[in-house]
Design a protein around this ligand. Structure first.
Ligand code: SAM
Length: 285
């Protein structure tokens, strides 16, 4: 019997089920040992593009049956994959990064779970998280919102809705649309720190941080090549949020639990009621 949660293969055979396998977003060294193991031992690999996944497999020295799949594939194709995952093992990959993150797989995973098929995830590279870790923007809370809409009106509505949330925002964006999106951010959120994380994990990896208008000026002169992640810092990131207990202790030195909770809630965006209960506890200590 094989343990699908183990880091090393126990035997040749793999337990039946659907395996969600993250693949590199640029640097082939970012594939995990576990991903290689599952790709070697599964019966079939469901992928967005057989040519893209074929290249990865040949780099890994793996020869495996592939089935093209995306969430727009016919219902029948999905059912066939679910049947295959019930009878054997199916690995789901996307062209790059983590499947289901702005990539196909949601419907397949949902239907597999509903059908009682075992689903196992193998985490790995994800551009949103790589960009967040590189940008140096507050990351105690963040909101990933996929691709910004292409149309100006819809993009403006999304920026307005999410701009009100006190957190770092993460979007996927393309080079040709970057300056238009930065223009919209400069108009709506001129004071926010913005980051463009480009070509992550690749030779020309770059992360540029500044106001949206500074970045508009830069990328108008240097049109961005390759893939990128666009991040917008929270409304008040001049005071990055620290440990809530520490902030409360500091505030309690000069104010009541109620006032301290109010101040920390405002600075951190955390829930005032929970902060108040914690402030009362800390005061009693
Ligand atoms: N599932 C993938 C993941 O986990 O990151 C994302 C797939 S989405 C279709 C592709 C978008 O992710 C690109 O348009 C770009 O915004 C971002 N992306 C992917 N690879 C990237 C990289 N190496 N550097 C920067 N952004 C990247």
């Amino acid at each position: 019997m094989t343990d699908p949660h183990s880091s090393s293969p126990v035997s040749k055979s793999l337990e039946q089920g659907l395996y969600i396998v993250a693949t590199p977003i640029g640097n082939l060294g970012d594939i995990t040992l576990r991903a290689v193991d599952i790709l070697q031992r599964c019966d079939v690999i469901a992928c967005e593009d057989t040519r893209v996944t074929g290249k990865l497999l040949s780099h890994l020295g793996i020869s495996k049956r592939m089935r093209r799949y995306d969430d727009h594939s016919e219902e029948g194709a999905r059912r066939e994959l679910i049947d295959a995952a019930r009878a054997g093992s199916v690995a789901l990959v996307s062209d790059a990064g983590t499947p289901l993150v702005s990539d196909p797989g949601f419907r397949l995973v949902r239907d597999a779970r509903e059908a009682g098929v075992a689903v196992t995830t193998l985490p790995g590279a994800c551009a949103a998280i790589a960009g967040l870790t590189l940008a140096g923007l507050p990351n105690d809370r963040f909101l990933f919102a996929g691709f910004l809409p292409v149309k100006q009106k819809a993009r403006g509505e999304v920026l307005q809705e999410l701009g009100a949330v006190n957190t770092t925002l993460i979007f996927y964006e393309t080079g040709p649309r970057l300056v238009k999106s930065l223009d919209a951010i400069a108009a709506d959120m001129p004071d926010r720190r913005v980051a463009v994380a480009r070509e992550l994990t690749k030779l020309h990896e770059e992360c540029r941080v500044g106001s949206a208008s500074e970045l508009v000026a830069h990328y108008t002169d240097h049109p961005p090549k390759g893939e990128l992640v666009l991040l917008i810092g929270p409304p008040s990131d001049d005071a990055p949020v620290g440990d809530p207990d520490e902030l409360l202790r500091e505030a309690l030195e000069t104010m009541s639990p109620s006032k301290a909770a109010g101040q920390v809630a405002k600075a951190s965006g955390l829930d005032r009621k929970s902060l108040y209960s914690r402030a009362v506890e800390l005061k009693a200590q």
